[in-house]
Write a protein that binds this ligand. Structure first.
Ligand SMILES: [Zn+2]
Length: 200
């Protein structure tokens, strides 16, 4: 790598820190950018900056948005009486791809994990409870992953929701144990969503 000028070495270094990009791929990308038309490189740089500057969290469901409310929350065609609770924005995208759910979402931004020092107050459980308390929600579908943390987070949320007149369901098996929602194929996820059950 040392035979490259410093500016290219720096670009390779930064690209190689992206997830899934090793040194070899970073080198290929850097050389590709070097030879690409200046206008398209400028566009790429601008869109990276725009994501950083514009994207924030939806004030209702905490998914990614470039408005106060995300496109899902502001869509009147979605059934706002049903809220699907997921761990991360990527999981929301996975459920959306399954096409099995027409309600709104609530992104927890993590799972309860005592091992990693993450307690209920470190994820957005409180926000979910106050959302349910403010009324209008009839069903909460808990779609956290099936890892130990995902299951215990689901159990904790169900317990806290027991105080409210709301139906609490959990997506059914079909999602592999220990699995991450975003790696589950849409058909499996659709089945899991359709076979959701009342949380016990
Ligand atoms: Zn939203």
């Amino acid at each position: 790598m040392n035979h490259y000028p410093a500016s290219i070495r720096s670009l390779i270094h930064h690209l190689s820190r992206l997830p899934g990009v090793g040194e070899k791929t970073a080198e290929r990308l850097a050389l590709h950018l070097l030879h690409a038309p200046e206008a398209s490189v400028e566009e790429l740089a601008r869109s990276i900056l725009e994501v950083k500057r514009k994207v924030r969290l939806c004030s209702r469901c905490f998914s990614l948005s470039d408005q106060e409310l995300c496109p899902l929350c502001s869509n009147p065609a979605r059934d706002a009486s049903r809220v699907c609770v997921v761990e991360q924005p990527g999981d929301l995208v996975a459920v959306e791809k399954s096409g099995a759910f027409n309600g709104n979402y609530h992104v927890l931004s993590g799972v309860i994990s005592p091992l990693h020092g993450v307690g209920p107050d470190d994820i957005r459980v409180r926000e979910l409870l106050s959302r349910v308390a403010s009324g209008g929600v009839q069903e909460v579908v808990i779609a956290t992953g099936t890892s130990v943390e995902g299951e215990s987070t689901a159990a904790y949320i169900a317990e806290r929701l027991a105080a409210f007149p709301v139906r609490v369901t959990r997506i059914a098996a079909g999602v592999p144990m220990g699995g991450d929602l975003k790696f589950v194929d849409p058909v499996t996820l659709r089945k899991a969503m359709e076979a959701r059950r009342v949380f016990e």
